[in-house]
Design a protein around this ligand. Sequence first.
Ligand code: ADP
Ligand code: MG
Length: 255
Amino acid sequence: MGEPHPKLETTDLSRTFGRGSAAVDALGPLDLTVAPGEFVCIVGPSGCGKSTLLRIAGGLLRPSTGELAIRTSSPRPAAMIFQDYGIYDWKTVLANVRFGLDIQRVPRREANARARDWLARMGLADFASAYPATLSGGMRQRVAIARALAVEPEILLMDEPFAALDAQLRTILQDELLDLTQTTRTTTLFITHSLEEAIVLGDRVLVMSARPGRIIAERRPPFPRPRSGDVRSAPEFTTLKSELWELLRPEAVPA
Ligand code: ADP
Ligand code: MG
């Protein structure tokens, strides 16, 4: 018995934007694996290539060198939650959540049922026919999460999904995401600025260097699953947070 095949694997992955004297080396080279069911968090300084990595994983951008492989066991898609929510204001909440299912041509009755089920799980059952403009930021974010999860993705790709939210809401949604991913065992690659968030959520926390971002350290938060938000008050939490900050600080300071 060896390790199961990784769900996501990058080999010598890099990305450069532009060419010649204007070229910007944004990412890598980077070797990364994410096991089935694993929740991997990536922290790194601003501009180090985190969104570039997620966009490559989401199929929105090509690598310059190397490759990124996602092993799918079914035709289910990977899903990405964009930094800016990507919610359509002219669609109802239900239609937004159903969006990925419509693209997959899931029959309308089934798609509606699945979308309503996810809305209920996100506490939004009463808002199915509302328009996003009438919702709070936190509710819009939950719509985005419901939309991503409704397609039952093989891999959830999240790029600082809670960055725009206030601290309380952020904590609540972290706890919800923890519950959800521990129930569904969804393989997740999660980018965040927040060390707390990475420690609460991650099976592993990867630290990236300044641009071009490479992985310079890896830590496993010492909290067994299923875990709850209570780990925030554990002494090991504070210790790990300081340790991660010591690793990150030299990268975050302009040279
Ligand atoms: P992060 O998400 O870690 O803040 P990004 O992946 O967005 O960083 O960007 C990494 C680097 O690549 C930055 O220097 C950014 O300016 C540059 N970059 C990102 N996208 C493009 C693009 N489409 N064209 C040119 N440069 C880009
Ligand atoms: Mg980014």
